[in-house]
Write a protein that binds this ligand. Structure first.
Ligand SMILES: Nc1ncnc2c1ncn2[C@@H]1O[C@H](COP(=O)(O)OP(=O)(O)OP(=O)(O)O)[C@@H](O)[C@H]1O
Ligand SMILES: [Mg+2]
Length: 176
């Protein structure tokens, strides 16, 4: 099997703080990999580097053989990221949010897949509800849905079950 995620000698400092100090790891295709560490260990920083949101000081990263720095667009296409923080646009409904996210990846007419995602995340009844009116756990479900709109072969979840009830937690693992 090929390598899904490859990280070599990754270094990132914020001022005098060395958040990542030469991290290397390989994750194989088909593998479930858990990155554990205390608050402030650098997990989100590592994920942000992988998603091209934080520029590392040194090191190499690739997603399915695609270099994150040299070939950002293609690497990003291969990756779905569920962020740790609840970020959402208060002007749109759940379905609109997912359509817009699809558009970021140049995908039109994504309705069948969006319906399937909504169904699996138990969001169908909320499809036309404005994001502001969702509970915290439901907003988190939408973040998971957003990460999946472009059918990424590699998915990274940064604390995805924070604030999510037991039922969805299990449903989520099953769906993933
Ligand atoms: N943009 C930034 N500017 C300055 N320091 C930062 C920045 N982002 C993260 N840090 C620092 O880098 C370190 C690692 O933070 P990070 O968010 O990666 O940790 P984490 O392992 O995800 O923690 P948690 O479990 O709390 O989510 C922390 O000391 C944090 O304060
Ligand atoms: Mg974090």
């Amino acid at each position: 099997m090929g390598v899904a995620v490859s990280i070599q000698q990754l270094v990132k400092s914020f001022g005098s703080l060395r958040a990542l100090d030469g991290v290397s790891l390989d994750i194989a295709e088909g593998e479930f990999f858990g990155l554990l560490g205390p608050n402030g260990a650098g997990k989100t920083t590592l994920i942000s580097c992988l998603a091209g949101l934080v520029r590392p000081d040194q090191g190499q990263l690739s997603v399915l053989g695609c270099d994150v720095l040299a070939d950002y667009r293609e690497a990003r296409r291969r990756l779905g990221v569920v962020p740790q923080e609840l970020v959402f646009d208060p002007f749109f409904s759940v379905r609109e949010t997912l359509r817009i996210q699809s558009g970021y990846f140049g995908i039109r007419n994504n309705e069948a897949w969006i319906d399937e995602i909504l169904e699996n995340l138990d969001l169908t009844a909320k499809a036309n509800v404005n994001m502001r009116r969702l509970s915290g756990g439901m907003k988190r479900r939408v973040l998971v849905a957003q990460a999946l709109v472009h059918k990424p072969p590699v998915i990274v979840l940064d604390e995805p079950t924070a604030g999510v009830d037991v039922e969805l937690r299990q449903g989520l693992w099953h769906f993933v």
